[in-house]
Ligand binder design. Structure first.
Ligand code: GLY
Length: 363
């Protein structure tokens, strides 16, 4: 077992502890946690898929199971109300425990439900996707989509524990594995060259789950350390947004166009554009841009856009939550591990970055 405590600092004193356990036996870890603490009752949030395939691996017979429909389209106020209602009708108290078993939709919505019902109860995240494990489950961002905007309503309130077990990822298809892997590539890029090399050397054609376990542990640690320094994203946590300003625009665009792409694929496209901007504006080395872009193109293929789509993509970027005023906010890099937060780019520079993307992928 390999665990780290993150002490979350707010206004100069410690408020919350989040323990991340990279596990090889999630059932055993959960049993130990439950033996140490008394909860009045336990609720497990699942979706139709995780209830069937993942819940049997938990084996918690006395828990009450809540099931919601899978998919980001269900991360909404109606689903949240149904979860609150279940809690209200089934005797949930502030001393209950809420367990989220699923991907980012479950940990985001469930984390928000647990944080708000009766002003909050303890909760544990057990991510069942690689994307959930490296990103959504760690760091306490919770919430729902609202009025067509992603994660518009929510709070930052970390889970008491995050239990990450790579056995869940063995049933993921390649696209979902790659989607999570894009966030691992991002973590490596904002961290250091040694981590980046490990990520680039990892074989995505034949997954070695032991190796993935180790790589995941170091990737999650990179995120944890950043979140610990800046839980509310005033400063260095913005590093985790690398690739996401353009990435979120690609993601929303793909949904509107009726050709949805997974979050990690959109972030991979976004990283190509933001590496271009990093080279242009903060002198990121050209050879490394080329190395990373080839890796992305080889593994993630291309998302089809033409220059006619640029204004719509630009418009989507202007709505990004990270923008302070009219300017579009980017996190760029001066080199691998050299983080430059609060950067901006003009419309012309952003269009050039989109041109660069199309050149890279050959469309
Ligand atoms: N997904 C980026 C963050 O948690 O800050």
């Amino acid at each position: 077992m390999n665990g780290n405590y993150s002490v979350i600092q707010l206004f100069g004193y410690s408020l919350i502890m989040q323990k991340v356990i990279i596990s090889k036996n999630v059932r055993e870890n959960l049993k130990n946690i439950l033996a140490d603490t008394h909860y009045s009752n336990i609720f497990i949030l699942t979706d139709d898929v995780t209830r069937r395939f993942c819940l049997p691996l938990i084996e918690l017979s006395d828990a009450k199971i809540i099931e919601i429909k899978s998919g980001d389209g269900n991360k909404n106020i109606e689903t949240l109300v149904s979860v609150w209602q279940f809690l209200a009708e089934n005797g949930a108290t502030r001393k209950s425990l809420f367990i989220n078993l699923g991907g980012g939709v479950i940990t985001d919505l469930g984390g928000f439900a647990a944080s708000t019902f009766k002003r909050g109860m303890a909760y544990i995240n057990i991510p069942t996707t690689l994307l959930g494990a490296v990103d959504a489950a760690v760091g306490g961002k919770t919430g729902i989509n609202f009025l067509g905007l992603k994660n518009e309503i929510g709070v930052i309130n970390p889970a008491d524990y995050v239990l990450i077990d790579t056995q869940f990822f063995k049933t993921l298809d390649k696209e979902n594995l790659l989607s999570g892997f894009a966030e691992m590539l991002k973590h490596a890029l904002i961290y250091n060259v040694a981590e980046l090399q490990k990520v680039l050397d990892f074989s995505l054609d034949e997954i070695d789950y032991e190796n993935l376990h180790d790589l995941l542990a170091s990737s999650v640690k990179i995120k944890e350390d950043i979140v610990q320094k800046d839980p509310t994203e005033q400063n260095i946590r913005k590093a985790l947004n690398f690739g996401h300003t353009v990435g979120h625009a690609f993601e929303s665009f793909s949904h509107t166009a009726g050709t949805p792409i997974l979050h990690g694929y959109a972030v991979a496209c976004g990283m190509i554009c933001e590496l271009y901007l990093s080279h242009r504006k903060t002198n990121f080395p050209k050879a490394t841009v080329q190395q990373i872009c080839s890796f992305i193109v080889n593994n993630y293929g291309s998302f089809n856009i033409t220059c006619k789509d640029y204004p719509q993509l630009y418009e989507l970027m202007t709505h990004d939550k990270k923008n302070a005023g009219k300017e579009i906010n980017f996190t760029l890099l001066g080199d691998v591990g050299d983080i430059r937060i609060n950067q901006t780019a003009t419309e012309k520079e952003i269009f050039e970055a989109l041109d660069f993307y199309r050149d890279c992928v050959g469309i």
